[in-house]
Design a protein around this ligand. Structure first.
Ligand code: NDP
Length: 499
C-alpha cells in the first residue's frame, strides 16, 4: 500500500524499506508503507511542479473554491479520519475530532473565505516619489515541502497543506514515520475531492526521506518538529538557499499569580498539561506558582487529575521512545528531590498509556524544568513572587508559548509582554493553534518564521514588488546628463525638503 505503491523501485541500500504502522494502545498492526527512495522523492517534486504551473495560474478565488471542496470532504468523512487518527496515535477520538479535524475544518473555512483578500495586491503609499506608485503582489513559490511530526499528524500537516495550496503552490509532504497512514488518508480524500491529483504528493519515509525532500528542488520548506532536527533542516535549507519556516520545540511555562482564580487555573493547567498525553509542543511543561496559592493549587490540580477517566479523557502515548523520555525525566527529577503527587508511571492495563503525573518540590535547575518532556507530566515549583516567575520563565533557550494566570487582566497583559515567547496566553492554555488568524511561531530556539495568520499565508508566496508610473514626465530630474547646475538644484531641493 502507500502513495507510491505502483512505483517499483529499491532504495539506496538495495532493500525495500517497510514502515509498519501500529496502534500504540493495542500494538495491532494497522498497515505497512514502503519508504520512498530519493529518486521517487525527486520524481514526486517534479510531478508536483508540473501540476503547480496550471494551479498557480488560477485566480485565488478559484483555488479557494476548489480547496473548499476538499474541506467539505474532510467534514463529511470526519468520523473515518478521527477513527484512524485515534488508532495510529493512541489519542482519544474526542481529541482527534476537537484538536485535529475540527481545527482543520475551521482553518480551511477561514482561509477559503479570506484568501482572496489576504493575497490581493497591497499598495504601498510612497512618501516622497508621488509621481510613482508601488504595490506588493503575492506570487506562488512553486513546490512547498512539508515535513511534519507525529503528535498532530493531521492537524499540523493538513493546515500547512491547505494554506500552501491556497497560496498557489503544489505540496510534497513527508509525514513522520510514526504516523504515515494518516498522511495517506489525507491524500485519498484530496484525490476524491476532485483536486488535481499530482498537486499533493505524499512521500512516506524516515528522517532520510525528509533530508532527500530538501535536496529535491523544493522552493520552500515548512518543517515542524524538534529543535535538534530543525537545526539540521535549517542548515540544509541554508546551503541550498531555500527559504523555510521552522516550527520547533517548546517548554511552555505557566505563571500562577497570587490573585489567580485557583479553581479555574487548576482546571486549565490540567487540560494544558495532559491533553494529547502532553505530546503538544505548547503543553504546560513547567508551573511557577506564587507561594500564596501554591498549596491550594497543587491540591486542586491533583484532585482534577484524579477525576480523569482513562480512555475517555486520556489516551495512550504515541510511541515507545517518547514514553522512555518521560520516564527518564520523572526518574531524574525524583532523584533530585521532586515528589510525585499523582501518576509517575505507565498504566499497567494498556499499551503505552501513561498516568498523568504531577510533580512538586521541583527546582528550576532540574531537567524536568529545563528540557522538553513532551509527555503527561506537570512539574510545579513554588516561587516567591511574580518577578521571580518571569525571570525563571525567560531563563530558557526555548520560547514557543507561555501562560499567565491572574485575576487582573491588565496585569496579565503586562506580564505577558515581558515573557520571551512567540505567544503568551492569559488565563487559558493551548487554544491559539485553533485560531487560524493568529500567528503560530516561536522565538529563540523554538523556531524561525511563522505559520497560520494572514502573514503566514503571505509567507507561502514570494512577495514581489511592482513600482509603476502614475504621472509620466518627459525626463526625471536625476537622469543623465549630470551637471554642476543639476548638483546645485538637487542640493537646494534637498535642503528645502529636509528643512
Ligand atoms: P522530529 O524532529 O524527530 O521529526 C519531525 C519530522 O522531521 C519527522 O517527519 C521526521 O521524520 C523528520 N526528520 C527527521 N530527521 C530529519 C532530517 N535529517 N531531515 C529532514 N527531516 C527529518 O520531531 P517529532 O516528530 O518527534 O515531533 C516532536 C517535536 O516536534 C517536539 O520537539 C515538539 O515540540 C515539536 N513540535 C513543534 C510544533 C510547533 O508548532 N512548534 C508542533 C508539534 C511538534 P521521522 O519521524 O520519520 O524520523
Amino acid at each position: 500500500m502507500g502513495a507510491l505503491a505502483s512505483v517499483d523501485a529499491t532504495n539506496e541500500s538495495g532493500k525495500r524499506d517497510i514502515i509498519v504502522s501500529r496502534n500504540p494502545a493495542t500494538s495491532e498492526v494497522l498497515g505497512e508503507v514502503r519508504e520512498s527512495t530519493p529518486a521517487e522523492i525527486r520524481d514526486a517534486v517534479s510531478r508536483a511542479r508540473g501540476a503547480q504551473a496550471e494551479w498557480g495560474a488560477l485566480s485565488v478565488k478559484d483555488r479557494c473554491t476548489r480547496v473548499g471542496r476538499f474541506r467539505d470532504l474532510i467534514v463529511a468523512r470526519a468520523e473515518e479520519l478521527c477513527a484512524l487518527i485515534a488508532a495510529e496515535t493512541g489519542k482519544t477520538r474526542g481529541e482527534a475530532l476537537s484538536m485535529e479535524v475540527m481545527i482543520i475544518a475551521d482553518l480551511a473555512t477561514y482561509f477559503v473565505k479570506r484568501g482572496p483578500r489576504i493575497l490581493a495586491p497591497e499598495p504601498i503609499s510612497l512618501h516622497l516619489l508621488k509621481n510613482r506608485g508601488s504595490y506588493l503582489h503575492f506570487a506562488p513559490r512553486g513546490v512547498v515541502g512539508i515535513i511534519s511530526p507525529w503528535n498532530f499528524p493531521f492537524g499540523i500537516a493538513t493546515g500547512e497543506i491547505i494554506m500552501a495550496l491556497i497560496a498557489g503552490n503544489a505540496v510534497v509532504q513527508k509525514p513522520s514515520e510514526v504516523t504515515p497512514l494518516i498522511a495517506l488518508k489525507t491524500k485519498e480524500l484530496f484525490d476524491a475531492s476532485g483536486m488535481p491529483t499530482e498537486l499533493l504528493q505524499v512521500v512516506p519515509g524516515r528522517g532520510a526521506a525528509g533530508a532527500a525532500l530538501i535536496d529535491s528542488g523544493i522552493d520552500y520548506c515548512v518543517f515542524t518538529g524538534s529543535t535538534a532536527t530543525g537545526r539540521k533542516v535549517g542548515a540544509a535549507c541554508g546551503e541550498r538557499l531555500i527559504p523555510c519556516a521552522l516550527e520547533l520545540g517548546g517548554k511552555a511555562p505557566a505563571i500562577v499569580c497570587a490573585d489567580a482564580d485557583v479553581d479555574r487555573t487548576a482546571k486549565a493547567l490540567v487540560w494544558g498539561a495532559f491533553a494529547n498525553q502532553g505530546q503538544v509542543c505548547v503543553s504546560v511543561e513547567r508551573v511557577y506558582a506564587h507561594q500564596a496559592v501554591h498549596d491550594e493549587l497543587v491540591q486542586k490540580i491533583v484532585a482534577e487529575v484524579d477525576k480523569l477517566r482513562p480512555g475517555e479523557d486520556t489516551g495512550s502515548m504515541t510511541w515507545e521512545r517518547q514514553t522512555e523520555i518521560v520516564e527518564e525525566r520523572i526518574d531524574s527529577a525524583v532523584k533530585q528531590g521532586a515528589k510525585v503527587r499523582t501518576g509517575g508511571k505507565r498504566r499497567a492495563d494498556k499499551g503505552l498509556a501513561f498516568a498523568p503525573t504531577v510533580l512538586t518540590d521541583c527546582r528550576h535547575e532540574m531537567d524536568v524544568m529545563k528540557k522538553e518532556i513532551f509527555g503527561p507530566v506537570m512539574p510545579i515549583m513554588k516561587v516567591r513572587d511574580e518577578e521571580e516567575a518571569v525571570k525563571l520563565a525567560n531563563d530558557s533557550t526555548l520560547g514557543l508559548m507561555a501562560y499567565v494566570f491572574t485575576g487582573d487582566k491588565k496585569k496579565g497583559q503586562r506580564l505577558a509582554e515581558r515573557i520571551e515567547s512567540g505567544t503568551t496566553m492569559v488565563n487559558d492554555c493551548l487554544l491559539t493553534f485553533g485560531a487560524p488568524e493568529t500567528p503560530w511561531a516561536g522565538v529563540k530556539q523554538s523556531g524561525v518564521g511563522l505559520t497560520h495568520s494572514d502573514r503566514g499565508l503571505q509567507d507561502l508566496c514570494q512577495t514581489r514588488h511592482v513600482n509603476y508610473d502614475r504621472i509620466a514626465l518627459k525626463k526625471e530630474l536625476w537622469w543623465y546628463p549630470y551637471s554642476d547646475k543639476l548638483y546645485k538644484q538637487t542640493l537646494k531641493m534637498m535642503r528645502w525638503i529636509f528643512r
